[in-house]
Design a protein around this ligand. Structure first.
Ligand SMILES: *[C@@H]1O[C@H](CO)[C@@H](O)[C@H](O)[C@H]1NC(C)=O
Ligand SMILES: *[C@@H]1O[C@H](CO)[C@@H](O)[C@H](O)[C@H]1NC(C)=O
Ligand SMILES: *[C@@H]1O[C@H](CO)[C@@H](O)[C@H](O)[C@H]1NC(C)=O
Ligand SMILES: *[C@@H]1O[C@H](CO)[C@@H](O)[C@H](O)[C@H]1NC(C)=O
Ligand SMILES: *[C@@H]1O[C@H](CO)[C@@H](O)[C@H](O)[C@H]1NC(C)=O
Ligand SMILES: *[C@@H]1O[C@H](CO)[C@@H](O)[C@H](O)[C@H]1NC(C)=O
Ligand SMILES: *[C@@H]1O[C@H](CO)[C@@H](O)[C@H](O)[C@H]1NC(C)=O
Ligand SMILES: [Cu+2]
Length: 613
C-alpha cells in the first residue's frame, strides 16, 4: 500500500480518526486544537435488496449513504480512497472552497486523473472559514446517486457559538434516490438519448419508506426519535440526481439557519425546498403533542407540456419518545397512526421560488461584504437544444432521432476535452497555449436575443425550431485573479422549462436577486440585495426565471461550473471557470502534491501530449 507520508504530528492510518496537531487557531481564537480528520473510503459494489430485487450498489464502506465526515472549522481532512469498484472514480468535496488547493477538487480530467479500479488516491484539504453542512460525492457520471455522504463543519468555539439556540442533537437528513438500473447505463442512455432512465424510489437517509412495497413487504422508513421540548438541528442535504424536493413534517415548523455552510437569517417555514446540491440546516422543535408525525419528501417537477416522470414520494417518521406513555401504564403507543403533512402539489413551483427568495445572509464574524464594483458581467442562458447524430451538419430535429437533445449555456453544450493529462496540470506546467487552443470562450451573453421564457418554445414548433440547433465545445471563461464577477443565469423555455440548480466549485456566490420571466437590468438591478444576500455554492435558477449572483474569482485554478441536475450535466450544462494566478503566494496555485498521480505518464513528457481519448 502506498500512501503519501503523513504530516508531522500524526500517526498511522485509521478510519475516522482525529489527530491533534498544535494549536493553529486564527488570531483571537481560543485555544481550540486544529486536527487532522482521517478516513479510509473503500468504494465497492455490494448487494442491496429493495423492491424485491437484489441490486449491486456502488457505495463507500458498505453504507448507503456513505459515512459522514465531521470536522471542526480549521481542521485538515485526509481521505484515502480505495477503489474496489469496476468504475473510474473521483470524489468531489461539494462546497469546500479548496483555497489554493484546486488539485483536491475531484473532477476527472480537469483536476486529476480518475482513480482506476484497484487503485488508491489520497485527498487532503483544509476546511477553513466555513461552518455548517456540506457533503461529498462521486463526480463521475451517475455514480454520485449512491456514492455520497455528509461533511459536517462545527464552529471552533464549540456548539455554544452557533448563532442560534444550541440544539439538543444534530441529525443529518440526506434525501436521495434508489436506482435499480446500472448508473453508468442510465448516464449513457441520457447522453445518447436512447433510453429514458429513471430512479425507482426516493429515500431519506437511504430508506425508501412505507409508501414502497412489493409482495406484501413494506420498505423500512427513516425513524427520528425525539424528546418532547427538545430542539434538533437537521442537516438536510439533497443528494438526488433528478429533482428538487419539498420536505415537510406534519405538525411542525422548521427554522432555517444555514444553507450551503453559510448562516442565514433565521427563517421559519413549514416547508423546505431543496434542490440537488443544496444543503439546509434547520431547527426542529419537538413541541407538538407527543405522537408520530410523517416526514415527507416530495420531488417536484415542472408541469406539462414538460415531459413527466413518475411521482416518487418518500416518507419517514418523527416519533416522540414514549417514556410518558410508559409511565401512564401504556407501554405501546395508543395508536401507531402517524399524522401526514399536507404537501404542495408536485407541479407547484412558486413555493420553491418563495422559499429561495426568503433566504438572506446573517451578519456573522465570518460573513463577507458584497463587493460593490463589478469587473466582469456575464449573462448566461440555460436551456436545451439539439445536435445532429454522428456529426452530421443537418438533420431532422425536434425529437426526431436523427438528432440528440443536449443542454446548453449561451448556446454551447459542454464537451469533455480530449486530453490524456488533466487540464489543471497542463495549465500549471505552462502549456496554456495548448490548453487555450482546446477551449471555446463562453461568450458574455447569448448569441441571439429572444423571448427566453416564452412557454410557446417548450413544444417543438416554428418559433422553437429556429432556436434549437446548437453545438458542442469545451466552453471556458478566464478571470483575472481577484476579479469581481457578476453572473445572471437566465432560464429558457426551449424544449423544457426546468429550473436549474447551478453549482460553482471553489467559490461561494452572493445571491443578489431572482425573478420570474426575463431579466431586465433597468428594472432588476435596483432590486439587488447588496446588504445581506444569502451566500451559496449552488444557486437555484427558478423555472422560467433568472437569478443574479456575484462572486470574487480569487481562488486560482480550473473550476467546474455546472447544473446539479445530473441529466443536465450528462447533456452538457457545464462550463469551466479558469481563475488566473496572482503574483503573491496567497494568490497563485501551488505545485501539485509531491506524489500526485499521473494518468500513467511522466511529467517530463508533458508538452504536446494531446491526443484524443
Ligand atoms: C490500496 O489500499 C488498500 C487498502 O489499504 C491496499 O490493500 C492496496 O494494496 C492498495 N492498492 C494500491 C494499488 O496501492
Ligand atoms: C478510465 O480511465 C482511463 C484513463 O483515463 C481510461 O483509459 C479508461 O477508458 C477509463 N475507463 C472507463 C470505463 O471510462
Ligand atoms: C426500476 O425502474 C426501471 C425503469 O423505470 C424499471 O425497468 C425497473 O423494473 C424498476 N425496478 C424495480 C425493482 O422496481
Ligand atoms: C417569502 O415568502 C412569502 C410567502 O411564503 C412570499 O409571499 C414572499 O414573496 C417571499 N419573499 C421573497 C423575497 O421571495
Ligand atoms: C431511429 O429510430 C428508428 C425507428 O424507431 C430506429 O430503427 C433507428 O435505429 C433509430 N436510430 C437511432 C440512431 O437510434
Ligand atoms: C414573452 O412571452 C410571454 C408569454 O407568451 C409574453 O407574456 C411576454 O409578453 C413576452 N415578452 C416579450 C418581451 O415579448
Ligand atoms: C444557436 O446557434 C445556432 C447556430 O449555430 C442557431 O441556429 C440557433 O438559433 C442558436 N440558438 C440560440 C438559442 O441562440
Ligand atoms: Cu440544469
Amino acid at each position: 500500500m502506498k500512501w503519501r507520508s503523513l504530516p508531522a504530528g500524526t500517526v498511522a492510518i485509521a478510519t475516522g480518526v482525529i489527530f491533534f496537531l498544535s494549536a493553529i487557531g486564527a488570531p483571537g481564537a481560543p485555544a481550540a486544537m486544529a486536527s487532522v480528520v482521517e478516513h479510509t473510503f473503500v468504494v465497492r459494489q455490494v448487494k442491496m435488496t429493495h423492491l424485491c430485487k437484489e441490486t449491486l450498489a456502488t457505495v463507500v464502506n458498505g453504507q448507503f449513504p456513505g459515512p459522514a465526515i465531521e470536522v471542526t472549522e480549521g481542521d485538515s481532512v485526509t481521505v484515502h480512497v480505495v477503489n474496489q469498484s469496476p468504475y473510474n472514480l473521483t470524489i468531489h468535496w461539494h462546497g469546500v472552497k479548496q483555497r489554493l488547493n484546486c488539485w483536491a477538487d475531484g473532477v476527472p480530467m480537469i483536476t486529476q486523473c480518475p482513480i482506476l479500479p484497484n487503485q488508491n488516491f489520497t485527498y487532503r484539504f483544509n476546511v477553513a472559514g466555513q461552518e455548517g453542512t456540506l457533503w461529498w460525492h462521486a463526480h463521475v457520471s451517475f455514480l454520485r446517486a449512491s456514492v455520497h455522504g455528509a461533511l459536517i463543519i462545527r464552529p471552533r468555539r464549540g456548539a455554544s457559538s452557533y448563532p442560534f439556540p444550541k440544539p439538543y442533537k444534530e441529525v443529518p437528513i440526506i434525501i436521495g434516490e434508489w436506482w435499480d438500473m446500472d448508473l453508468l447505463k442510465a448516464d449513457w442512455g441520457i447522453q445518447q438519448h436512447v433510453i429514458d432512465p429513471y430512479f425507482n424510489a426516493s429515500t431519506i437517509n437511504g430508506k425508501l419508506g412505507d409508501l414502497y412495497s412489493c409482495s406484501g413487504a413494506v420498505e423500512d422508513g427513516y425513524l427520528l426519535d425525539v424528546e418532547p421540548g427538545r430542539t434538533y438541528l437537521l442537516r438536510i442535504i439533497n443528494a438526488a440526481l433528478f429533482a428538487e424536493y419539498y420536505l415537510k413534517i406534519a405538525g411542525h415548523k422548521f427554522t432555517v439557519v444555514a444553507a450551503d455552510a453559510n448562516y442565514v437569517s433565521p427563517y421559519t417555514t413549514d416547508v423546505i425546498a431543496i434542490a440537488p446540491g443544496e444543503t439546509m440546516d434547520a431547527l426542529l422543535v419537538a413541541d407538538a403533542d407527543p405522537g408520530r408525525y410523517y416526514m415527507v419528501a416530495l420531488p417536484n417537477q415542472s408541469p406539462l407540456p414538460d415531459p413527466q416522470g413518475p411521482t416518487l414520494i418518500t416518507r419517514g417518521i418523527v416519533q416522540y419518545s414514549n417514556k410518558q406513555r410508559a409511565a401512564d401504564g401504556g407501554g405501546r403507543p395508543s395508536s401507531d397512526i402517524a399524522v401526514s403533512p399536507e404537501m404542495p402539489d408536485q407541479h407547484d413551483m412558486i413555493t420553491s421560488f418563495y422559499f429561495h427568495g426568503n433566504l438572506t445572509g446573517l451578519h456573522h464574524p465570518q460573513h463577507l461584504e458584497v463587493p460593490k464594483h463589478v469587473d466582469e458581467r456575464l449573462f448566461i442562458t440555460l436551456g436545451l437544444g439539439s445536435i445532429c447524430r454522428g456529426g452530421q451538419s443537418s438533420c431532422k430535429r425536434s425529437e426526431n432521432n436523427e438528432s440528440v437533445d443536449v443542454a446548453t449555456m449561451n448556446n454551447f453544450s459542454y464537451q469533455q476535452p480530449a486530453v490524456a493529462t488533466p487540464l489543471l496540470e497542463l495549465h500549471y506546467y505552462n502549456t496554456d497555449n495548448c490548453v487555450l487552443s482546446m477551449l471555446q470562450e463562453l461568450p458574455d451573453k447569448p448569441p441571439r436575443v429572444f423571448n427566453y421564457t416564452d412557454p410557446a418554445l417548450i413544444l417543438p414548433g416554428p418559433k422553437e425550431a429556429k432556436l434549437e440547433p446548437t453545438s458542442k465545445a469545451t466552453i471556458a471563461r478566464r478571470f483575472r485573479q481577484g476579479a469581481v464577477v457578476e453572473v445572471v443565469f437566465q432560464g429558457t423555455a426551449i424544449l423544457s422549462s426546468e429550473s436549474n440548480p447551478m453549482h460553482l466549485h471553489g467559490h461561494d456566490m452572493f445571491v443578489l436577486a431572482q425573478g420570474e420571466g426575463n431579466y431586465d437590468a433597468t428594472r432588476d438591478v435596483p432590486r439587488y440585495n447588496l446588504v445581506n444576500p444569502a451566500v451559496k455554492n449552488t444557486v437555484f435558477v427558478p423555472r422560467l426565471g433568472w437569478v443574479a449572483v456575484r462572486f470574487i474569482a480569487d481562488n486560482p485554478g480550473i473550476w467546474y461550473m455546472h447544473c446539479h441536475f445530473e441529466f443536465h450535466v450528462s447533456m452538457g450544462m457545464v462550463a469551466l471557470f479558469i481563475v488566473e494566478d496572482g503574483s503573491t503566494v496567497d494568490t497563485f496555485l501551488p505545485a501539485p502534491p509531491a506524489d500526485f498521480p499521473t494518468c500513467g505518464h511522466d511529467h517530463n513528457v508533458m508538452s504536446n501530449e494531446f491526443y484524443p481519448i
